[in-house]
Design a protein around this ligand. Structure first.
Ligand code: ZN
Length: 162
């Protein structure tokens, strides 16, 4: 497969793959996030990592990264069905998952600001939908950055469509 074919297949499969993978139910046993991951994830770069690269960066087995991806951690698959994970998306997922595990689930209007590296109450949150995938989009009240938050299948929100 040529380099170009590889790139386009990565782009084409993005949203479709995410929809399929996030439908599976999750359990806390699968998602338990080790301390090393919580500490190191915010330092990940705005690039795509392979599962083994990401595993090295955050200090867990690659097989665990794969299980998290199957349990709903944001990721892409290329034309060879290899998993790629965005460092920033993974960091946001870790923060959201950790918050849920300690009994502080985020509210529909809350999201994780990548610039502030903190959960924030979004300004002007609206529901967006594209190709069957829903997410909430708003603005960080602290720094003005765009904040996006995934919506799980079946999850109800009373936000207006944006
Ligand atoms: Zn911010």
């Amino acid at each position: 497969m040529s380099e170009r074919a590889f790139d386009s297949s990565l782009n084409d499969s993005v949203i479709r793959t995410m929809n399929q993978e996030t439908e599976s139910s999750t359990s806390k046993r699968v998602l338990a996030i080790p301390h090393s991951v919580i500490v190191r994830a915010p330092g990940l770069l705005p690039m795509y990592y392979t599962t083994s690269e990401l595993a090295l960066e955050v200090g867990v087995e690659a097989s665990r990264i794969v299980r998290w991806a199957k349990a709903g951690a944001p990721h892409r698959r290329d034309g060879r069905n290899h998993i790629w994970i965005s460092g920033r998306e993974f960091a946001a997922w870790v923060e959201e998952t950790r918050a849920a595990e300690v009994g502080q689930p985020m509210q529909p209007g809350e999201g994780y600001c990548m610039r502030c590296r903190a959960p924030v109450e979004m300004d002007g949150p609206v529901l967006r939908e594209k190709q069957g995938r829903k997410w909430i989009s708003g603005t960080c009240p602290r720094c003005g950055a765009r904040v996006n938050r995934g919506v799980r299948n079946g999850q109800q929100t009373k936000l207006p469509m944006g």
